[in-house]
Design a protein around this ligand. Structure first.
Ligand code: AMP
Ligand code: ZN
Length: 136
């Protein structure tokens, strides 16, 4: 399997691990948004969040909940962003599902995503389209 994260799980690539159990692993992102940025992964390979079994995701989010305050405190931060990039268009570079825990510091100069505006009636139309997709 040509997957960087599977290689980390197998011990074939190094990682600065901050959590490990039988099914999950967390380690420092090699190219952090802020220092202390952690990736949390299931050891089992699943490409993206949308094709990962729900029981794995439930256990993953429980680990995130325990780990995130430690990440914040270890990084000397005041909060965190939790991120999942799902699909290439969303910036997913590694096709092994992972949650980013990004510690946030006062005045760290990370800018929020810009907000767009809906035209008249457009919000309702998007809501309808999403509801329809859920039904099909
Ligand atoms: P994403 O864009 O959501 O797929 O994020 C992939 C993340 O993996 C990026 O933030 C990379 O910096 C990080 N990354 C890639 N290779 C490694 C590695 N060998 N060890 C730690 N983090 C890595
Ligand atoms: Zn993998």
């Amino acid at each position: 399997m040509d997957c960087i994260f599977c290689k980390i799980v197998a011990g074939e690539l190094p990682a600065a691990k901050v959590y490990e159990d039988k099914r999950f692993l967390a380690f420092l992102d090699i190219n952090p948004i802020n220092k202390g940025h952690v990736l949390v992964i299931p050891k089992e390979h699943h490409e993206a969040l949308t094709n990962t079994p729900v029981d794995i995701l439930k256990d993953l989010i429980a680990i995130v909940k325990t780990l995130a305050p430690a990440v914040v405190s270890g990084a000397g931060g005041a909060g965190f962003n939790l991120g999942v990039n799902n699909g290439k268009v969303a910036g997913q570079l590694v096709d092994h599902v992972h949650f980013h825990i990004i510690p946030r510091l006062d005045n760290d100069n990370l800018h929020p995503w810009p907000g767009k505006q809906y035209a008249e009636g457009e919000k309702e139309s998007y809501a309808q389209r999403i509801l329809k997709s859920l039904e099909s």
